[in-house]
Write a protein that binds this ligand. Structure first.
Ligand SMILES: [Zn+2]
Length: 473
């Protein structure tokens, strides 16, 4: 994306030439990724005549106060012909989070006072600064949504206002970043330059139950594996964070709302057992925000929540030593060469052993005979992690709990990770999902009826066309 824009803005290429050069990209771009980049580049370059000129050097501010500091932002840079108005444009993909005030402040400050600077040869070296900055009268920070072409002004002010904004929001942000703090391992470890030497990510060979291979590291969650099993192209395009369309059905939103309600109750210090009085009152739509659903759906959700009262894991709170709601745990499977990201709904420690709990909501009646390890592969990962003692504690007392909430009942399942048959089954399930994913290099689409519900099918040239030919743009 940025390479194509650089060709247009600094290499004199036309849009078609820059997009044509994508076919020479090595490794080759996936057809879905390429479709998205074409859309994004055309969207970006068609935003009308522009009095601003693109700027290639970074804008860097260097400070010396015993330690050497360099501030800069990596967003795209533009300025007026006389250089007195400078603008950063942040290009935003589908579900990227919005910039924080701290980030905006650093960008505004470096636009106002930064000198032109070249990127150092190595990332840990200093910028090569050319001359001193000219006077800048005005600074703007704009965020551009590449999916929908939206444009949001995040800052627009004089250099003095940029300085004041930096003092209010940028200074604290920078001090926070520099001070650091304890490691918080998560999905971001994958992109971290310190990953190989970091002690905070446990080395856990074999958690995906694959044979040892010498392969480049990949990042994976159980959701990724489920998407891959349905359609490899979908899993790749989701992992690239492309803009999504219609990601959540009402049933999926309701599931999220129920999860959120239970999670909030379980976060109360105690822990405190959930009661009927903690559940939403009848006849009131209790869902809100992103997970708002129609009234009758909310009523169904309330019925599900009432079923949780009898299966709440905190009914004997004295025995529980520690509770973690929706924690993120990462493990480096050094055999499969995968950074495995796990997000249990709930972890709690009871008598020195960890219990891993998953909560599911469904409207369909209980299915007798279906092995929960087949139905929910995240349980298989939980079984293997607990059996290998990857969370610490005493594995012999560990268990995996599944709570399935229906409007008219709930089904509890308990799996003992020390049960040899269950452990063998869990490993077989993981191999079935992770094996084809680890080998995959082509990410081919597997088109079918599911394309109509796929949130990234808009970018997939192989997607099955809707039967009624009604395009949802
Ligand atoms: Zn509860």
């Amino acid at each position: 994306m940025c390479a194509a824009l650089d060709r247009i803005e600094f290499g004199g290429a036309t849009v078609d030439e820059a997009l044509g050069a994508l076919s020479g990209h090595r490794p080759a771009l996936h057809e879905g990724h390429r479709t998205y980049v074409e859309h994004a580049v055309r969207q970006y370059t068609s935003q009308g005549p522009d009095a601003f000129v693109p700027v290639q050097p970074y804008w860097a501010v260097r400070k010396d106060n015993g330690r050497r500091w360099e501030l800069y932002a990596w967003w795209r840079r533009y300025q007026s012909a006389d250089g007195t108005v400078r603008e950063y444009r942040r290009l935003r993909h589908g579900d990227a989070r919005a910039s924080s005030r701290g980030e905006i402040a650093v960008a505004a400050y470096t636009a106002a006072f930064g000198a032109d600077a070249a990127w150092p040869r190595r990332w840990n070296q200093e910028f090569v600064i050319h001359g001193s900055p000219g006077p800048v009268a005005r600074v703007r920070i704009i965020e551009i949504g590449l999916g929908d072409g939206s444009r949001t002004v995040q800052f627009d002010g004089t250099a003095e206002e940029a300085k004041a904004y930096y003092e209010a929001h940028g200074g604290p942000h920078v001090r926070n970043v520099v001070r650091g703090g304890p490691e918080r391992p998560g999905a971001a470890c994958f992109d971290c330059k310190q990953f190989t030497g970091c002690e905070a990510v446990p080395r856990s060979p074999g958690v995906l139950a694959l044979p040892s291979r010498r392969l480049p590291l990949r990042k994976v969650s159980i959701s990724d594996l489920r998407y891959h099993a349905a359609c490899p192209a979908q899993s790749l395009l989701r992992s690239l964070h492309l803009p999504k369309t219609g990601e959540y059905s009402d049933a999926a939103k309701l599931g999220q709302a129920v999860h959120g309600w239970v999670e909030a109750l379980h976060r109360r210090t105690g822990p405190i057992p959930c009661t009927r009085g903690d559940m939403p009152p009848p006849g009131e739509n209790w869902t809100a925000g992103r997970w708002r659903v129609p009234d009758e759906e909310a009523e169904t959700g309330r019925a599900m929540l009432l079923q949780h009262v009898d299966s709440c894991p905190f009914q004997l709170p004295e025995a529980i030593e520690r509770v973690e709601c929706e924690p993120t745990r990462v493990f480096h499977d050094t055999a499969a060469q995968a950074l495995v990201v796990a997000k249990p709904d709930l972890l709690y420690r009871e008598d020195g052993s960890w219990v891993w709990r998953e909560l599911k909501t469904t409207r369909t009646p209980a299915r007798i005979g279906k092995d929960p390890l087949d139905a929910y592969p995240q349980l298989a990962l939980a079984v293997v992690l607990l059996a290998q003692g990857e969370l610490g504690g005493d594995p012999s007392g560990s268990r995996v709990e599944l709570e399935v909430l229906r409007p008219d009942g709930s089904d509890p399942h308990v799996i003992d990770p020390m049960d040899a048959e269950r452990l063998a089954k869990a490993r077989a399930v993981l191999r079935r999902y992770a094996g084809p994913w680890r080998e995959d290099r082509a990410w081919e689409a597997r088109p079918g009826g599911h394309c109509h519900q796929c949130p990234v099918s808009r970018w997939c040239p192989s997607a099955q066309a809707p039967a009624d030919a009604e395009e949802k743009a």
